[in-house]
Design a protein around this ligand. Structure first.
Ligand SMILES: CC(C)(COP(=O)(O)OP(=O)(O)OC[C@H]1O[C@@H](n2cnc3c(N)ncnc32)[C@H](O)[C@@H]1OP(=O)(O)O)[C@@H](O)C(=O)NCCC(=O)NCCS
Length: 163
């Protein structure tokens, strides 16, 4: 799949050092290299990178299917490549892979202060279903729990809003 001039493809072990470097640049509480390595060997995981025209990485996503959910653990886009539709494309790709494998919804946590991510998730149909107090460290911050029920999911599977 492509977005602009960039290509979305599966993350491999060769990407880990570049992904870890991006993660350290972007997040105050970054995943370590070992955490990305573990993500790659988890069963039913979806690990994606975005490579731009010259092959350098400009985004990534890690997710895992658990029961009928796809849990989004991590999504980030390089500051130089933001607002080009890459974050949205990564999520859509992961949602499609989850849905093709039987998931009926996607779930994630986001810092309550993360206005860019909240705008993206809201635009994509994610809805708040809960709040976890002091879930994040560095700095301490509440998490909002967001859910997106996929189109076509059976009505009885639709999760209730508990906010
Ligand atoms: C959140 C993030 C992944 C968005 O990636 P992106 O590639 O810039 O997002 P997109 O270009 O796909 O944006 C899709 C929509 O989200 C919304 N959006 C994204 N960034 C926004 C911002 N800074 N302000 C307001 N709305 C924003 C817009 O509605 C946008 O659509 P538009 O550009 O047509 O208006 C990126 O800002 C990022 O990497 N942030 C740091 C890491 C992070 O916070 N990850 C999420 C952790 S839960």
């Amino acid at each position: 799949m492509t977005v602009g001039g960039a290509v979305i493809r599966a993350m491999t072990s060769k990407d880990i050092s570049a992904v870890t470097a991006m993660e350290r640049d972007i997040f105050p509480d970054p995943w370590t290299e070992d955490m990305f390595r573990e993500a790659l060997i988890l069963s039913k995981s979806v690990n994606l990178v975005v490579a731009d025209g010259d092959g350098s990485l400009c985004g990534y996503l890690c997710a895992q299917a658990v029961a009928d959910e796809i849990q989004i653990h991590n999504v980030a886009v390089a500051t130089t490549h933001r607002r080009q539709g890459i974050g949205r494309a990564l999520l859509e790709y992961a949602e499609k892979q989850g849905s093709d494998n039987g998931a009926v919804c996607a779930v994630l946590e986001v810092r309550i202060t993360n206005t860019a991510a909240l705008a993206m998730y809201g635009q994509m149909g994610y809805r708040r279903i809960g709040r976890r107090r002091a879930y994040y460290r560095k700095p301490v911050c509440d998490a909002l729990v967001l859910l997106k029920v996929f189109d076509g999911a059976p009505a009885e599977e639709t999760k209730q809003d508990v906010s």
